[in-house]
Design a protein around this ligand. Sequence first.
Ligand SMILES: NC(=O)c1ccc[n+]([C@@H]2O[C@H](COP(=O)([O-])OP(=O)(O)OC[C@H]3O[C@@H](n4cnc5c(N)ncnc54)[C@H](OP(=O)(O)O)[C@@H]3O)[C@@H](O)[C@H]2O)c1
Length: 257
Amino acid sequence: MKQITIIGNGNMAFAIAQGLSKEYRLQVVGRSLEKLKEFESRLGVEVEIVSDYLDTSFDISGRDVILAVKPNNLSSVAKSLSGKANSLLSVLAGTTLLSLKEKIEAESYIRAMPNLSASFQKSMTSITGNPKDREFAEEIFSYIGTTLWLDSESDIDIATAIAGSGPAYLSLVAEALADGGVKAGLKRRDAETLVHGLFNGFAPLIENKKASVVKDEVMSPKGTTAYGYSALEEGRVRTAFIKAVESAFNRAVELGK
Ligand SMILES: NC(=O)c1ccc[n+]([C@@H]2O[C@H](COP(=O)([O-])OP(=O)(O)OC[C@H]3O[C@@H](n4cnc5c(N)ncnc54)[C@H](OP(=O)(O)O)[C@@H]3O)[C@@H](O)[C@H]2O)c1
């Protein structure tokens, strides 16, 4: 069985471990034996646990390593690593390939940006880095959802602004639609059930048709959708979303400096 090392035992590390555990023998590195054991028991698969490495050092020589700690943990983790990894795959938001290279030694570096849906193996993950490892990185992150290879780190920052922040934006849409239903007289629970069903059914629609086609197919002359849609345009919702992506992108660039 192939082997891979995950550094970190938080939410993203767990989602990735869940995706990989059928195909890979996992080695999980963390600072608390208790949390690592709990991680293993929740996963339901035996993993090789490495704990307390902070006081000694963990040799990553020749290993494929997924780094899944918080960005501000990078320096302290790096100090406890020795050797040169085969490949380093980082999911650290806003952490550039250059800062990874400065802190951890590896033959090849990959930066990936998954999103919250990883916990359901439905992440939209953008990836960039050494093209030599493209296939390997796409394979690894395909276990937690869909992947998109991008040619530059600047594109990753834009992707972060769409798919990384996206679950928050779409949650706003979901909550607002349910609020609208409640305002019109529906019970909250019924309004929320409608919204969940809507999002579920929308996923295959948007995957198979362009957004403008879906809109045109729903909208009929003088119909309900045409009236609702025009209210959204009056509220400048389209402009607000474009600005949201632009602002999030600018912030990602700022954080990466
Ligand atoms: N969650 C998401 O949706 C998402 C999306 C995109 C990217 N990311 C990225 O994924 C990374 C992890 O996020 P998360 O949501 O999984 O955070 P999290 O649940 O807080 O997990 C962070 C983990 O890092 C561990 N850690 C901290 N210092 C460490 C050290 N020195 N050695 C080993 N492990 C250490 C923590 O260990 P303890 O348990 O001992 O504190 C914790 O388990 C972040 O860089 C984030 O930017 C997350």
